[in-house]
Design a protein around this ligand. Structure first.
Ligand SMILES: [Zn+2]
Length: 289
């Protein structure tokens, strides 16, 4: 089975954990490290012969257009990770539409093709936020991968669906993979959990999840392989979350790539087959599927 390998292309100062330490009006003055970190991941993917989905922050794409173009040229899927990384549940519908449209326009202009997948910052489209999914459909998205159905202090949706589904708007949602144990969904599929928790735990959780028959949805961020990133002055919880396990992350990612077959979200979840997109938009072609 093909699983989905995804990268949320943002920098170390864009995270929710660092949002108080570096508000958006300070971003322009920060050292940009996302480009070299993403290149390292692209090199790793190339070495392993894996295609991935890269959900780009619009703000990053504007500053590193060559990165978007290189990813698209190498056969990776370009997705959208919003423009300004604000959690969707803090936005009005109008603000969400404007942010999404701005990011999608930037990405499509640079990539030269349509962008069909959306990942919300901090997995912030919750089960009851039909309005946000409706806007995604109106803005031309076919799928979202914006839900992490776990209990978590800062994000996650404990009422979220665990397996892929199509909502009443016709939008597909592909949630982050979780491990179901005693009625609870445990996080196993990426980011801080891959960095911080014992490798034996995530390996077992992913193995169990894979046995259920749906593709795995794995995610990480370029800054998570950057042990030399500047240490920002945030609270101890935020620092623990952001700076633990950076050194070993690239090795953990590589061993994941060895263990499972990975591809883009579109390919792993057969987006074109699930939706009627191919019939509606044959002119777009399916080269990147
Ligand atoms: Zn993000």
């Amino acid at each position: 089975m093909l699983n989905a390998f995804t990268i949320d292309v943002e920098d170390y100062f864009h995270t929710e954990a660092m949002s108080a330490a570096v508000p958006a009006n300070k971003w322009a003055g920060m050292e940009l490290r996302v480009e070299r970190n993403t290149w390292k991941l692209l090199e790793l993917l190339e070495r392993r012969g894996v295609k991935a989905t890269l959900f780009f922050l619009g703000w990053v794409a504007e500053r590193c257009p060559q990165l978007v173009q290189a990813a698209a040229a190498a056969g990776h899927e370009v997705g959208c990770h919003s423009y300004s990384h604000r959690p969707v549940y803090r936005l009005t519908p109008q603000e969400f539409r404007e942010d999404t449209r701005r990011a999608k326009d930037v990405l499509e202009t640079i990539a030269g093709h349509r962008v069909r997948g959306y990942r919300a910052p901090s997995f912030s489209i919750l089960q009851n936020m039909e309005w946000a999914r409706h806007i995604l459909v109106e803005e031309g998205f076919i799928y979202s991968s914006s839900s992490h159905p776990i209990r978590h202090a800062n994000y996650g949706d404990r009422l979220g669906m665990r397996l892929p589904y199509r909502d009443s708007n016709g939008l597909w949602e592909f949630p982050m993979t979780t491990w179901r144990v005693l009625g609870q969904n445990l996080p196993v599929s990426g980011g801080a959990y891959l960095r911080i928790l014992p490798a034996s735990y995530t390996a077992l959780g992913l193995r169990r999840a894979a046995a259920a028959g749906e593709p795995l949805m794995v995610y990480l961020h370029p800054w998570e392989i950057d042990e030399n990133q500047p240490r920002l002055n945030a609270g101890w919880r935020s620092c623990l979350r952001q700076y633990t396990g950076l050194q070993g992350m690239l090795g953990r990612v590589e061993s994941l790539l060895e263990r499972y077959a990975f591809g883009t979200v579109a390919r792993a979840y057969r987006v074109a087959e699930r939706s009627s997109w191919n019939q509606k938009s044959t002119a777009m072609g399916s080269a990147i599927l």
